[in-house]
Design a protein around this ligand. Structure first.
Ligand code: SF4
Length: 333
């Protein structure tokens, strides 16, 4: 049963012992749905060029000229996917700014990656808003799942910080679900101008829209952005959101994101303690990785050893894609 609004509100403010009790409840919900497992993803960041102008992102459109732009070729993407396969990971996340230009390389790479894995692979995309026909084409090419974070469910704040329409974002999510994609959303907590009520809305939205995955990142005031002087988001609030998501919708895949670690050392370990069950390892090549400025040049890059250590310390074990299993856990729909 999803939590009520007043329960969520109360839980978001919890700290100390009360917070620990909520985390224990979230871990129990994870255990019942997924056992003691964490899904590993390998991410390849295919381009750092974006047509959108989010006020919190150094890869925003206004920075394009000053940034050292790159577009990976299909060859490079497949080569990176080979490394992910060698690491024993079967979820390939292809992520990049929102630009139509990289699509041909991605479309060319997807069938080759499927072949590499003998079709036992989840191809997860995070490439922004598109027309339904483009999503359909990627699906036919072999994409399995898609992340399209709503970021904030407050329509006015969404417009103010992303200069885009929330309604259009939600339209894209519905199109993806219609086409049979497993869909992930996500929110940023503590965005400047965001109310606690709006964070409650964000949590409820994940259930209402019927997604399969949801992430939460604390706001990071990144350099070279209009919000660079903002206060960093609270890791405690982000963790409480994570725990509320897990308790309300136990079957969701919820990552412990790098922004938790960037904001506070040990943040990703706390994410696992609050009920997360996904970790993403970065496989972008060295030269491109430094140009993918999601939180600026000094972002926290997640390596395999870091993930293995955290998973072991949390007394969990790694597993592959849940979407390739015949008996995938029931999700929030
Ligand atoms: S957050 Fe994503 S959509 Fe927004 S500017 Fe950055 S890369 Fe583009």
């Amino acid at each position: 049963m999803p939590l009520t609004r007043s329960e969520i509100r109360e839980m978001l403010l919890a700290r100390g012992t009360e917070q620990e009790e909520i985390f224990a409840r979230a871990r129990q919900a994870r255990e019942e749905c997924f056992g003691s497992t964490v899904v590993l993803r390998g991410v390849v960041e295919v381009t750092n060029v974006c047509r959108v102008n989010c006020d919190y992102c150094p890869m925003r459109r206004d920075n394009t000229r000053g940034n050292d732009r790159y577009f990976m070729s299909a060859e490079e993407i497949v080569s990176r996917a080979t490394r992910i396969k060698d690491a024993g990971i079967d979820v390939i996340l292809l992520q990049g700014g929102e630009t139509p230009r990289e699509l041909s390389a991605v479309e060319e790479a997807i069938p080759r990656i499927r072949e590499l894995f003998d079709d036992r692979v989840e191809i997860l995309l995070n490439l922004g808003n598109m027309r339904k026909a483009q999503y359909a084409r990627l699906r036919e090419t072999g994409a399995t799942s898609y992340i399209l974070k709503h970021e904030t469910s407050d329509p006015a704040l969404h417009r103010k910080l992303r200069h885009e329409s929330l309604e259009e974002r939600l339209r894209c999510m519905r199109d993806l679900l219609d086409l049979g994609y497993k869909v992930g959303t996500g929110l940023i907590s503590d965005l400047p101008g965001q109310s606690l009520e709006s964070v409650v809305d964000d949590i409820e939205l994940a259930g209402e829209i019927g997604v399969h995955m949801c992430s939460v990142s604390p706001f990071v005031p990144a350099p070279d952005t209009p919000l660079q002087l903002g206060a960093p988001g609270s890791v405690d609030l982000a963790l409480n959101v994570l725990a509320c998501l897990r308790i309300s919708y136990p079957g969701l895949l919820i990552p412990s994101v790098s922004a938790l670690e960037k904001t506070s050392a040990g943040g990703q370990s706390r994410g696992l303690a609050a009920g997360a069950n996904v970790m993403t390892v970065n496989f972008t090549g060295d030269s491109d990785r430094h140009r993918y400025l999601i939180y600026g040049k000094d972002r926290f890059v997640v390596k395999m050893r870091h993930v293995e250590e955290l998973v072991r310390a949390a007394d969990l074990r790694v597993r592959g894609s849940v979407f390739l299993d015949e008996e995938a856990p029931v999700v929030s729909r």
